[in-house]
Design a protein around this ligand. Structure first.
Ligand code: SAM
Length: 243
C-alpha cells in the first residue's frame, strides 16, 4: 500500500506509478501520443496561446515546458502554473522549469487549488485526481478558478475500447465501468471527445518497463505474453467543459 508522503495535502490520491517509479513514468510520458492527437484536439476546442494554463496534478512537470513553448498546433501560454500535491514531484517540476519565465509550480491539490478565483483560462488534468464519481470537490474548485469563457480538460483512460482499454479493464476490474463514468461527466455538464492515441516506445524493453509500473505483476506478465511489439493502440476520453 502506497503511503502519503510527508507534506502532501489531505485528499492526495496515491499514484504508485509516478511516485515509486518516477524515471519509468517519465519514459511513459515520452511514449504517450507522439502524434499529438490530444493536444491538437484540445486546441481545437480552446487554444491557450497567450493565455494562462493550469496543469493540475502536473507530476514531475513533464508537460510544463511544452505548454509554455507551444507546439506544432499553436503558440505557448503566457503563464503556466503546475499544481502538484507530492512535494518531491513538485520539486522535480520546479527544477525542470528553473529559469523559464512564465512557469511556476505550486504544492496543492485539486480539492484546494492554491490560486485566486477566476485566474485561469485553460486547465488540463492528465490522469490525475479526476476519475469520475468522488471528484466533486475538484469540480467545484475548477468552477471557482476558471475565468468565464475558459475551459477545463480531463484526460483519462477509456476502458470501453482499444487494446489498452482491454488491459485496463483486466487490471482494474473494480473501477467504475465506462457507462458510469459517462453518466457522471454528462450530469456535471461535461462533454466527451473519444480519442484514439497510442503508446509508442523505442524498444520492447521500454514497453515492458512501462507495462510493469501500470499493472500488477500477474496482469503485466499476461499482457506481455500475448502482446508483441513496442507499442499499443490506446483509447482515451478527453472530457471538457466550458465555464
Ligand atoms: C499518473 S500521475 C500524472 C502526472 C502528470 N499529469 C503527467 O501526465 O505526467 C497523477 C498525478 O496526480 C497527482 N495527484 C494525486 N492526488 C491529487 C489531487 N488530489 N489533486 C491533484 N493532483 C493529485 C499525483 O501526485 C500524481 O503526480
Amino acid at each position: 500500500m502506497t503511503s502519503l508522503p510527508p507534506g502532501a495535502p489531505r485528499g492526495t490520491i496515491p499514484s504508485p506509478n509516478i511516485w515509486e517509479h518516477t524515471a519509468t513514468y517519465e519514459l511513459e510520458n515520452t511514449g504517450v501520443d507522439r502524434a499529438g492527437v490530444v493536444e491538437r484536439t484540445m486546441r481545437g476546442i480552446d487554444d491557450w496561446s497567450g493565455r494562462t494554463l493550469l496543469d493540475l496534478g502536473c507530476g514531475a512537470g513533464f508537460h510544463l515546458p511544452r505548454w509554455a513553448a507551444g507546439d506544432a498546433y499553436g503558440g505557448g501560454a503566457a503563464r503556466v502554473v503546475g499544481v502538484e500535491p507530492h512535494p518531491h514531484l513538485a520539486m522535480l517540476a520546479r527544477r525542470r522549469t528553473r529559469g523559464r519565465t512564465g512557469i511556476e509550480v505550486l504544492v496543492g491539490s485539486a480539492q484546494e487549488i492554491p490560486l485566486p478565483d477566476r485566474s485561469v483560462d485553460v486547465v488540463q488534468a492528465r490522469w490525475a485526481y479526476f476519475f469520475g464519481p468522488g471528484c466533486e470537490p475538484g469540480l467545484a474548485e475548477l468552477a471557482r478558478v476558471v475565468r468565464r469563457g475558459g475551459t477545463a480538460f480531463v484526460i483519462d483512460n477509456d476502458g470501453s475500447r482499444s487494446t489498452f482499454g482491454r488491459w485496463f479493464r483486466r487490471g482494474y476490474p473494480d473501477l467504475d465501468p465506462p457507462e458510469v463514468q459517462e453518466r457522471f461527466w454528462s450530469q456535471h455538464g461535461w462533454n466527451r471527445e473519444p480519442l484514439d492515441i497510442a503508446w509508442t516506445f523505442d524498444s520492447r524493453a521500454d514497453l515492458e518497463a512501462v507495462v510493469r509500473i501500470e499493472f500488477d505483476p500477474a496482469t503485466a506478465d499476461a499482457i506481455l505474453a500475448e502482446h508483441e511489439g513496442t507499442g499499443v493502440d490506446y483509447a482515451v476520453n478527453l472530457w471538457w467543459k466550458r465555464f
